[in-house]
Design a protein around this ligand. Structure first.
Ligand SMILES: [Zn+2]
Length: 281
């Protein structure tokens, strides 16, 4: 059941006495892969975002220094994917349901003594929900650190591997996701059905964008006939392996930094301000 995750790092394989006996629960990383079951064009399976978030977490945990305590939680397959509901097969939770699932999962971990929760999200349609969850948990528990992160947020060389155009415009089921899926589970990819669909959405001098500073709301039906945005026809397993190696190495670094991160210490800063003020007198 642990799929890409090292068995010794798969939290559901522990018994309750083993959880109770963990030596440093407050500084053990609890890592939740967050996916989606949603259409990814005619050539990719619905599982892409769940598969990629789980595989990246699993492979990064293989690279992680054994001295860093970290466990992967069972992957959350479902996400908030209503922008893809125009294409059959997409299964979407509402923002409220996803929020409730993540909040209650985090509250259970808190009760057990854990204080660091890392959300590794593979689906571009839900970072906003994860950020709200992280803020609300921070508000609820003063000593809980939550990291609402995107799987492509860690350092990586993806732009160099697929080129700048595809890196910027291939936002869904393009070269990146198709190549990674060819590396992970080639038997689930139908390359004969791969498409190249790169819609021109705004005029060159437009200030508007799909995401970022000046966004406009959209669903995938607005953007694409195939359900894909990008060039999947140039994807290859070789590129997918390079992308995975790069991204997972980045995640191992992120996990190590989270392990070392002790939170914000306002008392130190207050003391520093007082000293600076007195020095300036
Ligand atoms: Zn995706």
């Amino acid at each position: 059941m642990h799929s890409y995750i090292p068995a010794e790092r798969f939290f559901p394989y522990l018994s309750w006495p083993q959880v109770e006996a963990l030596p440093d629960k407050a500084n053990t990383l609890m890592i939740q892969p967050v996916g989606a079951i949603e259409q990814h064009g005619p050539h990719l399976p619905l599982i892409v975002d769940a598969a990629i978030s789980t595989a990246v977490v699993g492979q990064a945990l293989h690279l992680l220094d054994a001295a860093v305590p970290a466990y992967a939680l069972p992957p959350l397959y479902y996400g908030k994917s209503n922008e893809h509901e125009g294409f059959p097969g997409t299964i979407s939770l509402s923002a409220e349901t996803l929020r409730a699932v993540l909040m209650e999962m985090a509250q259970s971990l808190y009760r057990a003594g854990f204080r660091k929760l890392v959300l590794v999200n593979g689906h571009g349609g839900q970072p906003q929900v994860l950020e709200l969850v992280a803020r609300d948990l921070r508000h609820q528990f003063i000593d809980l650190l939550v990291f609402p992160m995107f799987v492509w947020g860690a350092p990586h060389d993806v732009e160099a591997i697929v080129g700048t155009t595809e890196y910027e415009q291939g936002i869904h089921a393009g070269d990146v996701e198709t190549s990674v899926m060819l590396a992970l589970m080639p038997e689930q990819v139908e390359m004969v059905r791969a498409v190249r669909e790169l819609p021109v959405l705004f005029s060159p001098d437009s200030l508007l964008s799909l995401e970022g500073r000046l966004p406009v709301s959209w669903t995938m039906d607005d953007l694409s006939e195939s359900g894909a945005v990008g060039d999947a026809t140039v994807a290859s397993a070789d590129k997918g392996s390079q992308i995975l190696a790069s991204v997972t190495a980045g995640w191992a670094r992120v996990f190590e930094e989270i392990y070392r991160f002790e939170g914000f210490d306002l008392s130190n800063r207050k003391r520093k301000i007082t000293e600076d003020t007195q020095a300036n007198k």
